[in-house]
Ligand binder design. Structure first.
Ligand SMILES: [Zn+2]
Length: 83
């Protein structure tokens, strides 16, 4: 069901605790996941040109710089797709 590996142990055995649609910066779904090892992390899934792009976020542990880097990556993807 999940294709996201746990950032801590690498396991794919994680479950979705919560899903939330988010309109910013483009429509996306943020999913809070919990791994069998106890690690919690967040993924952000967006659909661009019919192609799903899944990006892992860990809002609780990652520094601000990493979040900023993700936003830049995301913006670059948008430019590439001409949105
Ligand atoms: Zn884990």
């Amino acid at each position: 069901m999940s294709s996201i590996a746990c950032p801590k142990c690498g396991s794919y055995q994680n479950s979705v605790m919560d899903s939330r649609s988010n309109p910013d910066p483009v429509p996306n779904i943020r999913r809070r996941r919990k791994c069998q090892c106890g690690q919690r992390f967040t993924t952000k899934e967006v659909v661009v040109d019919g192609m799903e792009r899944r990006q892992m976020l860990d809002l609780s542990d990652l520094p601000l710089a990493t979040r900023a880097a993700f936003r830049q990556l995301h913006a670059a993807a948008l430019r590439r797709d001409g949105v």
